[in-house]
Design a protein around this ligand. Sequence first.
Ligand code: AMP
Length: 217
Amino acid sequence: MVIRLVLFGAPGAGKGTQAVLLEKHFGALHISTGDLFRKAMKEKAALGDQVRSYMDAGYLVPDEIVMNLVHQELVDVIKDNGFIFDGFPRTVPQAEAFSQILAKMNQSLTAVISLEVEQGLLVRRISGRRVCPKCAALYHVDTLINKEICPIDHSTLEQRKDDAEDAVETRLKTFALQTLPLKEYYQEKNLLLQIDGSGSPDAVFARILSRLQPVFN
Ligand code: AMP
C-alpha cells in the first residue's frame, strides 16, 4: 500500500523529526515546504526573495505562492510516490486546493497525523533547536555533547532565524489563528489521528505506528 500522510502540528511539535523516521520506515518521500522555501532563500532564487520577509518574521507565506510551488515542483513528484507532507497544508484554502490536486490524480490521503504538544514544551523545543547547514539534520542542544558541531559532518550548527524569540511568538499565534482550523477540516473528513507528541522521538514514533496500524487493516 502506498502511504500518503500529512503531518500536522504547531512549530516545535516534532513534525520534521517524525517525518524523517516515517520516511525511513515507509520508503515514502518526506516533503517539507519550509525546507523548500529555505533552500530557495539560500540559493537566492526569485522564490527565495518572495518568501524571505514572511518567513523571517514568522508569518505564513501567502497561499498563492505556496500552491504555485506545489503545482510547479511537487505534483509530478507525488504522482507515483507515497509522501509525508511536513508543514503543508497550513490553511484551509491550501487543504482544499490540495484535495482537488489529489482527486485529479485519483489519490486520497491515508491519514493526517496531528502531533499534540503543550505550549511550554513547544517553546523549550524551538529555543533549543539547531540545524546543520550542510546535511539539514535537526538537533536539540540538550542532546548534543558539543553543542555547536554537527556530529555527522562536523559543520557548525545554526539556529533558524525564525526560531528566535520574537518570530516564535508570531509563529505560535499564526498557527493558532490560521492553521488550527485545519484540524476540524480533517476531523470532518475522518482523516485526523491525534497523537501525544511529548516524550522522545522514538516514543512518539511508536505511538504513530500503533495508530496507523488499524488504517492499514
Ligand atoms: P517550517 O519549516 O515548516 O516551520 O516552515 C517555516 C516557515 O516557512 C513558516 O513559518 C512559513 O513562513 C513558511 N511555510 C512553510 N510551509 C508553509 C505553508 N504550507 N504555508 C505557508 N507558509 C509556509
